[in-house]
Design a protein around this ligand. Structure first.
Ligand code: UD1
Ligand code: CA
Length: 454
């Protein structure tokens, strides 16, 4: 059967106390709504409808790359009313799955089991046992069969003792859903159109209600405030850490790692505490990532050692490279095999050749460095003249003395040596020593200034 998904996201989310719509708050680096959207895609949904409310108009802008129908629910008159905004646009023979933009940890396997059981005679409902069911709709059963859902506010004391609750997630045929929605009224304590009334109608119509359960109750937990969001974030992070550990990665403390995007990492690599991975990052085998590193959209090949507190963004690091501690690699940095970037080195749009080293206190911007080059401590490429950026080229085997300024555009020749403390403004010859400092002299008898006494 073809599948359509309706994602409800019209709630105000007032408890977030935020200018940002609730479902746009991020979990593992991605808006909650996007998590739910991705699950819908994994299920192979033909069409996805997102019901948004006032204040949620900006959702389109944030999620402009989503392939969905955006449906405005003008007034929030209840979950049935919300579904009704989208369901008439769905083919009658499709299965409709109802999801929630603020329930981000639902798994597609859980949903598959639910959707697979829908037929023209059955409705499927995801329920869960909760030790503290307060606030939730309770599942009413007679002789084991579900007969209704009663909202907490409408429930009797006896019904409130029921611990099996409605997660809100259900699936059924679109044609039948539409025939139910037109029959639902708002005759209840909250004066809302309850989607849950579908269950009682279905039972009356002789349909069967099948329930399934998620493996973990956190899958169906909703987010109403930032505390709940932080709780689910930790659960998600634990899950992501478990997944890479299962693949042969040592995570020193899975409660102190943050993966905010896609991290692919090979076996026998180690991640020390408090590292953050953002965007799409690929790390090879036998890589050691020290404590406190932040790595964004980068590639790190086998055998690299990234020492603590290095910040790496849109960089490519080839095999056997050593970085940090306290290195900053900015976009466009490419470190080739066995090169080394040490502490307090910043690189941007720079190629560091095979076996080359910049071990201390250096800025390399818009630079192309050959192989076996040594960049002395305190070297600075002066790539910016206040208006334009210029390139520095340092050829194979060059040796740049400490505290050198290379004023770009400039080229240092192959195997050339630059004397320490030089300011290089013109290209230098291959294999020769170039320096630009005044000869050392001694002024005998010179005295230091003294403090004036009155
Ligand atoms: C709903 C269920 C309840 C279930 C609980 C699980 C109904 C009547 N009740 O109750 O059985 O145990 O979820 O969390 O369905 N929404 C809209 N438009 C509306 C109303 C709601 O988009 O007009 C969206 C909200 O953004 C929210 C979701 O639907 O994401 C649930 O709405 P909410 O009012 O929180 O329902 P509950 O009272 O929690
Ligand atoms: Ca709720």
């Amino acid at each position: 059967m073809k599948l359509s998904v309706i994602i409800l996201a019209a709630g105000q989310g007032t408890r977030m106390k935020s200018a940002l719509p609730k479902v746009m708050h991020k979990l593992a680096g991605m808006p909650m709504l996007e998590h739910v959207y991705k699950r819908s895609l994994e299920l192979g949904a033909e069409d996805i409808h997102i019901v948004f409310g006032h204040g949620g108009e900006h959702l389109h802008d944030y999620c402009s790359d989503f392939n969905v129908e955006w449906v405005l629910q003008d007034e929030q008159l209840g979950t049935a009313h919300a579904v009704m905004q989208a369901s008439p646009h769905i083919d009658n023979d499709h299965t409709v799955l109802i999801l929630y933009g603020d329930v981000p940890l639902i798994k597609s396997t859980t949903l598959e089991t639910l959707v697979d059981k829908v037929t023209s005679d059955t409705i499927t409902l995801l329920t869960v046992e909760l030790p503290d069911p307060a606030g939730y709709g309770r599942i009413i059963r007679e002789g084991g069969e579900v007969t209704a859902i009663v909202e907490h506010k409408d429930a009797t004391d006896a019904q409130r003792d029921i611990t099996e609750v409605n997660t809100g997630i259900l699936a059924l045929q679109a044609g039948y859903l539409n025939s139910c929605l037109s029959r639902i009224d708002n005759n209840n304590v909250q004066g809302e159109y309850y989607l849950t009334d579908v269950i009682e109608l279905a039972v009356k119509d002789g349909k069967k209600v099948i329930t399934t359960n998620p493996d973990n109750s956190y899958e169906v937990e909703g987010v109403n405030d930032r505390s709940q969001l932080a709780r689910l974030e930790r659960i998600k992070q634990q899950e992501l850490a478990e997944a890479i550990m299962a693949d042969g990665v040592t995570v020193v403390d899975p409660s102190r790692i943050d993966i905010r995007g896609e991290l692919e990492i090979g076996n026998d690599s180690t991640i020390d505490i408090n590292c953050i991975f953002e965007g799409k990052t690929k790390i090879g085998n036998n890589v050691s990532i020290g404590a406190g590193c932040i790595i964004t959209d980068s590639k790190i090949a086998d055998g690299c050692v990234i020492k603590p507190y290095s910040v790496i963004e849109q960089a490519v690091i080839d095999g056997g490279v050593e970085v940090g501690p306290f290195a900053r690699l900015r976009p466009g940095t490419h470190l080739k095999e066995n090169s080394k970037v040490g502490n307090f080195v910043e690189a941007k749009n720079t190629l560091l050749g095979e076996g080359s080293k910049a071990s201390h206190l250096t800025y390399l911007g818009d630079t192309e460095i050959g192989s076996k080059v040594n960049i002395g401590a305190g070297t600075i490429t002066c790539n910016y003249d206040g208006a334009n950026k210029h390139k520095t080229v340092i050829k194979d085997g060059a040796f740049i003395g400490s505290d050198t300024q290379l004023v770009a555009p400039v080229t240092v020749g192959a195997n050339a040596t630059i004397g320490a403390g030089s300011t290089i403004t013109r290209d230098t010859e291959d294999g020769e020593l170039t320096l630009s400092r005044s000869a050392q002299k001694t002024i005998r008898g010179w005295e230091r200034p003294k403090k004036k006494t009155r």
